[in-house]
Ligand binder design. Structure first.
Ligand SMILES: *Cc1c(COP(=O)(O)O)cnc(C)c1O
Length: 480
């Protein structure tokens, strides 16, 4: 049996694949100047990307991932919970794959001890391609097909049912074949939304989970557990960007209280694991990692002390907060022009990469930095200008009327904090190629001391033709 084979066996929550809280003392490493380190690493990476030809007139846009930064974020997450949980408490941090759907990223996080939260057959395939053990894989989508459920239960990955109809499908599968899958139910504690409607999963009418405060819902949930001894987990994800931490913690508390009620009714610890979701917001305004995982974990400990006393295994599902600040997009300024007196930098990064920012700029502003053609930060007086993308619609702006050193043709616009939900959430408008994504790490032996490795090559025009029906050219031509 190969190690990969052995990874595919279902495991119980107390498997050694999970983290256990360290009893040792080496978990208080200082991270005070992390944000300065991050800026230094970024500036070196941009300069080296130019010198090493990753960005050029022929390759005018690329994504970069800070491998050191990703490792530090993973460590910060692990330590934040390890510090507060009772020794021996199983804790699984499952990265929300949709945030950065790249196999090398999932692999790196797996090496850091994390797992994956997946929500589609594609995401599950990515987690498997990365070698993420089934014991560390959690399936959560709101629209799982019968085939997806069957595959998940056959593999033994964790499944959180979204609604009563899905639970009925799982009933039938559980009756027809034994499964090693830990099974749970997602609830919506309906604690309210945040500043971004599209990101608010716990409003009264959110589409996710069983809406707990609806008439009769809570009793139905309790009954559903009592009727199904194999249902052992409760899941809630109260997110995300724009939600106050206190509201997230209130959602976790409501979920915990429901678990206590169910276990009391069952007369045993039927629910053994609570999945508290992800949703920690990210600071898009500076290089600082605020709020920190440690801040949220402490707030949870103060709000829901019972969560940490070892009676429940814990699962988290953070995405944005692990990756956003560890990624950037470099885009060449193709032309610099003016219109109506306003300077406009026409770059190669627009709606196809920064989709949310372009369509909802009020909710998703991102920082843009100006670098010269050699990859050095530009100085000079700030001038209000637009930073536009290459797409053929007028609103394709990643920053409007933004004060920055004046861009010239050949300069580089660097889009910060774009490691999550940007370059792997590509939008196919105008058939622009998905850009290459490179990881970078410091390496004294490498040119300029920075080593790049390709996480994903750029899409070729042949691939664009192929996925756009190139092989079906004559599909609509009737034979004469
Ligand atoms: C998207 C999602 C997450 C991750 O959310 P972030 O805001 O990126 O942390 C976690 N759990 C579920 C169920 C999700 O849909």
């Amino acid at each position: 049996m190969t190690p990969a084979d052995s990874d595919d066996r279902p495991r119980s929550p107390d498997s050694d694949q999970w983290h256990r809280s360290p009893d040792g003392d080496d978990r208080h490493r200082s991270r005070g100047s992390d944000h300065q380190d991050r800026r230094t690493r970024r500036e070196q990476a941009v300069r080296s990307a130019v010198r090493q030809g990753l960005i050029s007139p022929e390759e005018p846009v690329a994504g970069l991932l800070d491998v050191t930064g990703i490792r530090r974020s993973a460590t910060a997450l692990r330590e934040a919970f390890a510090e507060l949980t009772a020794p021996g408490t199983p804790v699984l941090h499952a990265f929300a794959v949709k945030a950065t759907a790249l196999v090398p990223v999932l692999r790196l996080l797996a090496e850091e001890g994390l797992g994956c939260e997946v929500a589609s057959p594609g995401e599950l395939a990515l987690a498997r391609a990365a070698g993420v053990p089934v014991s560390r894989t959690v399936l959560d989508s709101p629209a799982k097909t019968p085939a997806e459920l069957r595959e998940a239960l056959a593999l033994g990955i964790t499944v959180n049912a979204d609604n009563p109809q899905e639970l009925a499908r799982i009933d039938a599968l559980v009756r027809s074949a034994p499964t090693g899958s830990p099974l749970g139910l997602r609830v919506n504690p309906q604690v309210g939304g945040g500043t971004i409607d599209a990101m608010s999963t716990a409003t009264a009418t959110s589409k996710f989970g069983v809406a707990l405060l609806d008439e009769g819902a809570r009793d139905w949930v309790v009954r559903a557990f009592l009727d199904r001894p194999w249902l052992t987990r409760l899941h809630a994800h109260v997110g995300s960007q724009g939600i106050p931490l206190e509201r997230m913690a209130a959602g976790v508390r409501a979920t915990y209280e429901l678990a206590e009620e169910i276990n009391a009714a069952a007369g045993r610890r039927q629910i053994d694991t609570l999945d508290i979701g992800g949703g920690l917001p990210v600071n898009f305004g500076s290089d600082e990692d605020t709020p920190a995982f440690a801040t949220y974990a402490r707030l949870l400990r103060d709000t829901v002390p019972g969560l940490f006393d070892g009676r429940y295994g814990l699962v988290t599902e953070f995405g944005r907060s692990l990756l956003a600040k560890n990624g950037l997009v470099i885009a060449r300024v193709e032309y610099a022009k003016t219109a109506g007196g306003r300077p406009i930098a026409v770059t190669h990064a627009g709606a196809q990469l920064a989709t949310r920012t372009v369509f909802a700029p009020g909710s998703w502003p991102i920082r843009v930095e100006a670098y010269d053609a050699e990859g050095r930060p530009k100085s000079g007086p700030a001038v209000a200008q637009d930073v536009a993308g290459p797409c053929c619609f007028a609103g394709d702006l990643v920053a409007e009327n933004r004060s920055l050193p004046l861009f010239e043709a050949g300069d580089l616009a660097v889009l910060l904090d774009t490691g999550a939900y940007y370059f792997t959430n590509h939008y196919a408008y105008n058939s622009f190629a998905r850009p290459a994504v490179h990881g970078f790490t410091a390496d004294p032996a490498a040119p300029q001391g920075v080593r790049f490795s390709v996480a994903r090559p750029s899409q070729t025009v042949e691939e664009i033709v192929a996925e756009s029906g190139g092989g079906q050219r004559d599909a609509f031509i009737t034979e004469g």
